[in-house]
Every structure is written in C-alpha cells, then in structure tokens.
Write a protein of this length. Structure first.
Length: 329
C-alpha cells in the first residue's frame, strides 16, 4: 500500500520498541498467558497463549482477542490526503500464541508468526493465479482503472453466501440502498473495461439490525457476534469507513462495516460539493468483505486505499478489481 508505507514503517518501529506493560503471569512450567484489557504487542513476543482480553496496538487501536483458530482483520479506507494507520490482521493460533500484522510488518509470538505467514501464503496460492498480484508503480500519467490489472488478496474468501443486516442508528444519509449496491457490484455476471466474468460471490440483505457492527471508534475490531452488520459510528479523523472480517482457516465467517458519522455523505446519482459518495466507498468496503486487499493509490482502482470527495467512479470496478474477484470466485 503505497499511501501508507511511511506510516507502516513508523508503526513497525513502535511495535519493536514498545515495552511490556500488560499484566497476567503464568504458573511455573506452564505456557505463559497474557490477560487483561491492555495486552501490548510486545508482550505477545513471549509466545504466551491468549484465551481472552484486548490487544492494544501502539497507535491505540484495540482488538478483542478472537477465539482460537480465528483471524480478525481491520481494513480502513481514508479520505484522500489523510493519514492511514494501515491494515491489521490478528490471528489466535492457540498454543503458539498470537500473530499480528500491520500492513507488511509482522509481530507477536514468533512461532505464531511463522505459522500464520506460511498459512497465508498457502491460502493465497490455493485461491488462484498470482498473476494479478499488485505490482503497480507510481506514474506521472493519470491513473486508468481499465489499464491496471493489479489486485491483492486478504487470504480469505466466503464458502457460502454473505447474509447481512443494516443498522440505521446515527446514519448521516438513508444509506442502505447505496450499501446494498456496493455489495452487489461484486456479485453475479460482471462486465467492465471490455471484460466479462461470472462471479460466484453472493450476498443477501436480511433487513435491519439492532446490534451495532463490531468495529470500534478507533478503527479496531470488537467481538464477533455471528451476524454481519453494516452501520454507522464515529471514527478517527480522516477515516471514512472500516471493515472488520473474521475468518477461520481462510474461510470468512463474518463481515462488519462502520461508516463515519463525522463526514458529509452523498447518495445521489450525481454528487456535488465536499461530500463523499457512499455507494463508491461501500463498493470498496465490500471488496474487503469478499476478500480483496488494497492496491496502490496510483492504481485508480476501486481497491485503492483512499477516496476523494464525490468519487462516483469508484462505484464501477476497474480491470484489476474485476480480475481480483474473478480469481477469488
């Protein structure tokens, strides 16, 4: 992710430098166990097995420890020009401990990191050809979404239809139609940039929800509820939305989306002013929900990590987006 390279490096340095401050000891001869609501990333390096609690990143994002065998990923999309803290993946391997990844920087239990890195490589290889792996470099010409073939994968996909609900609490606009359109942009018979594919990705909107999405105001992920929910809430300045995806052995089991209540949104066919196009941002977030990662900002694709105001072009898949969903489904 070219937009966040500097931020990722800074976070990597912080992860390496932060001191152990979490509580929780272990009996003599037993595997160490980290507990509490402030488990630091540095403490995980001991290889401690973690059954519960909250992991706090140096940048303040908090993640409820997922069950053993579960990975949770947080994928933010930023307003163009704003800082992006990076994509996070947290995997609970059980006895080997927790593996933490911020963009391309791994930390946590060394054994868990080795195990999860190998698993991600294996899953991505099994998900299809790697010919579309992101190789975009900066260019002085205007980006063209129909000339860029790049895509990245999160290492997860759905084995079944995604059933989801919408929580309208705090909504800035009547957003369910736009968010549904964002999901549907990745499913069924797709045609873009002169190319046609048949995507087996599938979703079904089940109606409204009373529960909030499991995404925190700081951009981390809470507990999985078993129900996929899209909704609204406060987020860090410059962050438009965050998607959290829970998976087990590469199979996605829940996706929650939180859209910022601090920015102005548009759901009109045409967009004017300093509003952000909800349908376009939702298309990006559902790309994450179905298993795609970020491409370079210069790619001009739906899956680039930042959006500008009134970017209605992000409603339409570019060539790399199309190739990515075709590789996954």
């Amino acid at each position: 992710m070219s937009l966040v390279t500097a931020g990722a490096v800074a976070i990597g340095v912080a992860l390496a430098a932060v001191t152990v401050s979490s509580g929780g000891g272990a009996a003599v001869g037993a595997t160490p166990s980290c507990r509490g609501d402030h488990i630091t990333v540095a403490s995980l390096a001991s290889g401690c097995a973690v059954s519960s609690g909250t992991v706090v990143l140096p940048d303040g994002r908090r993640f409820t420890v997922p069950p053993v065998g579960t990975t949770v990923q947080a994928l933010p999309v930023a307003a163009s020009g704003a800082g992006d803290p990076g994509d996070v993946s947290l995997t609970n391997t059980g006895r080997a401990g927790l593996a933490v990844r911020v963009d391309d920087h791994w930390s946590g239990s060394p054994a868990a990191v080795r195990q999860e890195r190998a698993a991600v490589q294996h899953r991505n290889a099994a998900l299809g050809s790697t010919s579309g792996a992101a190789t975009t470099t900066a260019t002085t010409s205007a980006p063209s979404s129909c000339s860029n073939k790049t895509y990245t994968r999160l290492g997860v996909r759905w084995a079944s239809r995604v059933d989801w609900r919408y929580n309208a609490t705090g909504q800035k606009v009547a957003g369910v139609t736009a968010i549904r359109a964002g999901a549907d942009a990745w499913t069924g018979a797709l045609s873009s940039c002169g190319k046609k594919v048949a995507s087996t990705a599938s979703d079904r909107y089940l109606g409204t929800a009373t529960e909030a999405p499991g995404v925190t105001a700081a951009g981390g992920c809470g507990s999985s509820s078993g129900t996929s929910v899209a909704g609204w809430g406060s987020l860090r300045s410059g962050t438009l939305a965050v998607t959290c995806v829970w998976s087990r052995s590469g199979v996605a089991v829940e996706v929650d989306e939180r859209y910022s209540t601090a920015v102005a949104w548009s759901v009109s066919t045409t967009c004017t002013g300093t509003r952000f196009d909800l349908r376009g941002v939702a298309t990006h977030e559902w790309g994450h929900g179905f298993g795609l990662g970020h491409t370079a900002q210069s790619s001009g694709l739906v899956m680039k990590p930042a959006s500008t105001t009134c970017e209605t072009g992000q409603r339409t898949l570019g060539l790399g987006d199309l190739m990515g969903i075709d590789a996954l489904y």
